[in-house]
Ligand binder design. Structure first.
Ligand code: UD1
Ligand code: CA
Length: 496
């Protein structure tokens, strides 16, 4: 459906006063993208001859976003209304363009199919203007579509100017139109700012066209949500909710199970394979891709993740910019930071953090561990509380752990360090030197048992309690020789 004779004009110069924000309205996000990005994408897919964005308020920031998405920007300074913004576009419109589609930058739910249908209605009807309209339950704030006794569009009346009778009309102006340019320009030139805001309203061009006996049509959107504008934070929240519902519905259609979808947030680019289950309150963000037959546990957050088939992610895991291969298990309460590569069948358990590390096939780190700048070989087992000390205060250094290695609990691996294939590291070790393959590395104080120490200690406590009942205060114990030392102490106290 390329539209080689059509220019699209996106109106994005307004301040968005009702948002009460220091950020330009069209740069607010809903459904995982800025409002203007949604609009530009929907328009680009129509393949117009040119795509113009009228910018004004915070022009630099809005232009940067719009131009990155392939729009040409034109400055409207000052902003004197939607009619004025459309006039401004004239100088940039190609001579070859016969039609213009006008879209406000704050109508992000608009779909390309609807734009195409609007254009089609306009062409078939040989109209001067075709308005995308919708019937909505609460039309307050919108311009109303006033029709004559034969049902033909007569005018758009803005909310502020409408009579009580007109205010009851449920058919509203979306601010999305198709115009035949040769008919539009003379009307724009004749616009007058006779309204409360002293602005030039594009909506006034409709009545003018009718006065000139031009044909004005309305195309009623099948899905009224598509015309929703965003003027307030409450509108932004509504629009976000609709986008999330659309995305979840599309995924469910393609064979994904989503429980309590109203609690789940999934960004537009996210892809999920069939028979994967998404539990409540999950957030899948950025360019996350999840394979088939996976399960993503409640409350987990995945950002820019690649997850292959048959992966189990248990609740409350927080995973970013990493890869999890087939049949791996992650969480609950796991954290993958950028550059974690979890290979097939590996397990990353609760309170385990992995960053910039490869955990090879079948390896396991199940509890309370930090693996940073490390490589863990196949089938190795990382004990609870293991820490790779990867940062010496200046540089990050690597820890290399071979395959079938057993790292005892509470081990500190001071990088750079290497543990060879098949080696053991004793629990509680601080490993500062390489451990050769098949060796045992042990680095900790040797244990000494003191026979009878505890019994002696209990006796001492009991006798101290007796003395204090007699009114003598006793200072506390010594570790090594509790009986003698404390006896001496209590004597000296009594003396003083
Ligand atoms: C507009 C329509 C109203 C319609 C509603 C649909 C007018 C007068 N009213 O009202 O009939 O029901 O949209 O959402 O057109 N803009 C500029 N330059 C300006 C002024 C505005 O580029 O000088 C841009 C804004 O950035 C915005 C768009 O035009 O993206 C619409 O302006 P806005 O102020 O939101 O119009 P509404 O009051 O919503
Ligand atoms: Ca608006």
């Amino acid at each position: 459906m390329p539209a080689a004779d059509t220019s699209i004009i996106i109106l994005a110069a307004g301040k968005g006063t009702r948002m009460r924000s220091s950020l330009a309205k069209v740069l607010h996000e809903a459904g995982g993208r800025t409002l203007i990005e949604h609009v530009i994408r929907a328009c680009q897919a129509l393949k117009p001859a040119q795509l113009l964005a009228i910018v004004g308020h915070q022009a630099e920031d809005v232009s940067r976003v719009a131009e990155a998405l392939g729009a040409q920007t034109i400055l409207q300074q000052p902003q004197r209304g939607t009619g004025h913004a459309t006039q401004i576009a004239r100088r940039a419109i190609r001579k070859s363009a016969k039609l213009a589609v006008v879209v406000p930058g704050d109508a992000p739910l608009l779909r390309t199919e609807t734009l195409a249908a609007l254009l089609d209605t306009h062409r078939r009807g040989e109209a001067a203007a075709t308005i995308l309209t919708a019937e909505i339950a609460d039309p307050s704030g919108y311009g109303r579509i006033v029709r004559d006794s034969e049902g033909r569009v007569q005018a758009i009346v803005e909310d502020g100017k409408a009579t009580a009778e007109q205010r009851a009309i449920l058919e509203v102006n979306s601010s999305i139109y198709c115009f035949t340019l040769a008919k539009l320009w003379p009307c724009l030139a004749a616009l007058r700012p006779d309204n409360m805001h002293r602005e030039l309203y594009l909506t006034d061009a409709i009545a003018m066209l009718r006065e000139r006996n031009e044909r004005v049509l309305a195309y009623i959107a099948a899905d009224a949500n598509e015309v929703l504008g965003c003027n307030t934070r409450a509108h932004l929240a509504d629009i976000d909710r609709i986008f999330r519902a659309r995305k979840s519905a599309a995924l469910m259609d393609s064979g994904v199970t989503i429980y309590l979808p109203e609690t789940v947030i999934i960004d537009p680019e996210v892809a999920i394979g069939p028979d994967t289950i998404i539990e409540p309150a999950v957030r899948l963000l950025g360019h996350t891709r999840i394979g088939a037959n996976c399960r993503v546990g409640a409350g987990s957050i995945l950002f820019d993740m690649r997850v292959d088939d048959n992966v189990q992610i248990f609740p409350q895991s927080n995973l970013a910019s990493s890869h999890v291969a087939a049949r791996a298990q992650i969480g609950p309460f796991a954290r993958l930071r950028p550059g974690a590569e979890i290979r097939e069948g590996a397990h990353i358990g609760n309170f385990v953090e992995v960053k910039n590390s490869v955990i090879r096939e079948g390896a396991k780190a199940m509890h309370l561990t930090y693996l940073g700048d490390a490589s863990v070989g196949r089938e190795s087992n990382i004990g609870a509380g293991t820490i790779t000390c990867n940062y010496d205060g200046v540089a990050k250094r690597r820890t290399e752990i071979g395959s079938r290695v057993f790292i005892g609990s509470d081990t500190a691996l001071v990088a750079p360090v290497r543990v060879g294939d098949g080696a053991y590291v004793a629990a509680g070790s601080v490993i500062t030197e390489n451990v050769p393959p098949d060796a045992l590395g042990i680095a900790r104080g040797r244990q000494a048992n003191k026979p009878g120490w505890a019994r002696q200690r209990r006796r001492e406590i009991a006798s101290a309690a007796k003395s204090s009942k007699r009114g003598v205060r006793v200072r506390s114990r010594s570790r090594k020789r509790p009986n003698r030392v404390s006896r001496r102490r209590s004597k000296s106290r009594r003396r003083s």
